[in-house]
Design a protein around this ligand. Structure first.
Ligand SMILES: Cc1cc2ncn([C@H]3O[C@H](COP(=O)(O)O)[C@@H](O)[C@H]3O)c2cc1C
Ligand SMILES: O=C(O)c1cccnc1
Length: 352
């Protein structure tokens, strides 16, 4: 897609409804509970009213987790303990239903939609994997831009199409997922660029590096940022320079959800990085974002603070895949059900 086509997408994203938010806020105060007693559940329900533009909001039923997979040239710098082959192996594991995201999605009642946007190694085609490969992995962002602008935009388009397809198939809520060995490195880079936080404060252990490798990971990211001088004022260029193909696809998935006026539940650090980019491209998209969980990666905390989002769940997760997003799904559904299902003080004849 071209930058003009992306601008059209941005132009199609409307702010969530302030009127429905006002109505839902007033309704929360009339329900048979002390004001504010349901905490974050109340705030989530009000947000859903704004997103769906009606109060009470519908309970989001059909849910799709968009899992985007890709590889990362920066793995050449030794920023992850895992070999790149694991991206393919886990992709096939997900296609076979054996990954954590499959099990958790089954429990939550969500469909898993798997898209290859940039896996490096070949594998036997699977009917469960959508082949939308833009490139066989990114370049090493510590020595050259991870992607060309064209590749970054093409990957954004893959995510937009996935969101449109999910919504056309009946999804009324989207959740972000990913698989890509090495992807916590570009995620930390983007979060540093978009939040302004120091690299060392937003870089974590990812899939298990020790403290010594973590220090090296920080140094690799600092080097990349010094090389490209990415700016939050030019989000697509920043994404191309220090991002990843699945992160770009997640940017498109988020923008697509916002354009279709459905909520998008964010997973962990990779989703948080994509959300920072999406919000910089389209500030109105922010209103459609729900932070699924807090997680152990420090970049999540910085990104959510930057976006003004409050994590719904904190189970000390550090997996990714979409795991924290699907765990939050029942809570998000409950927040809508509270607004439609609870009696008001007037209904129950209680003097408020
Ligand atoms: C077996 C396995 C399953 C995973 N599922 C998600 N990730 C997570 O870990 C990777 C990012 O961490 P890093 O940047 O440190 O490589 C991504 O694939 C992410 O989805 C996994 C990682 C592994 C090894
Ligand atoms: O929080 C995450 O999303 C995460 C953490 C570790 C590894 N991969 C992803």
């Amino acid at each position: 897609m071209s930058e003009e086509q992306l601008a059209d997408v941005v132009g199609g994203i409307v702010e969530v409804s302030a009127e429905a938010i006002g109505q839902a806020t007033a309704r929360q105060a009339q329900l048979t509970k002390p004001a504010g007693s349901l905490g974050a559940l109340e705030r989530a329900g009000i947000q859903l009213a704004g997103i769906y533009r009606t109060s009470p909001p519908p309970v989001p039923g059909c849910a799709t987790v968009g899992v985007f997979a890709a590889d990362h040239g920066v793995c050449a710098q030794g920023v992850t303990p895992w070999p790149q082959e694991v991206t393919v192996s886990m992709l096939l594991n997900m296609a076979a239903g054996g990954a954590a995201i499959n099990v958790l999605s089954g429990q939550a009642g969500a469909d898993v939609m798997i898209t290859d946007v940039g896996v490096k190694l070949d594998y036997p085609a699977s009917p469960r994997v959508r082949d939308r490969k833009v490139a066989a992995g990114t370049r090493d962002l510590s020595v050259e831009p991870a992607m060309t602008l064209e590749q970054a935009l093409a990957a954004v388009a893959v995510g937009l199409d996935a969101a449109d397809e999910a919504v056309a198939s009946g999804a009324t809520i989207l959740l972000t997922g990913e698989m890509g060995i090495g992807n916590t490195t570009p995620s930390a880079a983007l979060i540093s660029v978009f939040t302004g936080a120091a690299v060392a404060t937003v870089t974590g252990h990812g899939a298990g590096v020790d403290d010594e490798v973590l220090a090296h990971k920080v140094e690799v990211i600092e080097r990349a940022i010094a090389l490209h001088s990415p700016s939050a004022d030019d989000p697509v260029s920043a994404l191309a320079a220090v991002g990843g193909l699945e992160i770009a696809a997640l940017v498109g998935f988020i923008l697509g959800g916002a354009r279709s006026q459905v909520p998008v539940i964010l997973d962990g650090v990779i989703a948080s990085a994509a959300a920072c980019v999406a919000a910089a491209i389209a500030p109105a998209a922010k209103g459609y974002l729900i932070a699924g969980h807090a997680g152990l990666e420090p970049g999540i905390t910085a990104a959510l603070a930057h976006l003004g989002l409050e994590a719904l769940v904190d189970l000390g997760l550090r997996l990714g895949e979409g795991s924290g997003a699907v765990l939050a799904l029942p809570i998000v559904r409950s927040s809508a059900a509270i607004l439609s299902g609870m009696a008001t003080f007037a209904d129950a004849g209680i003097e408020a």
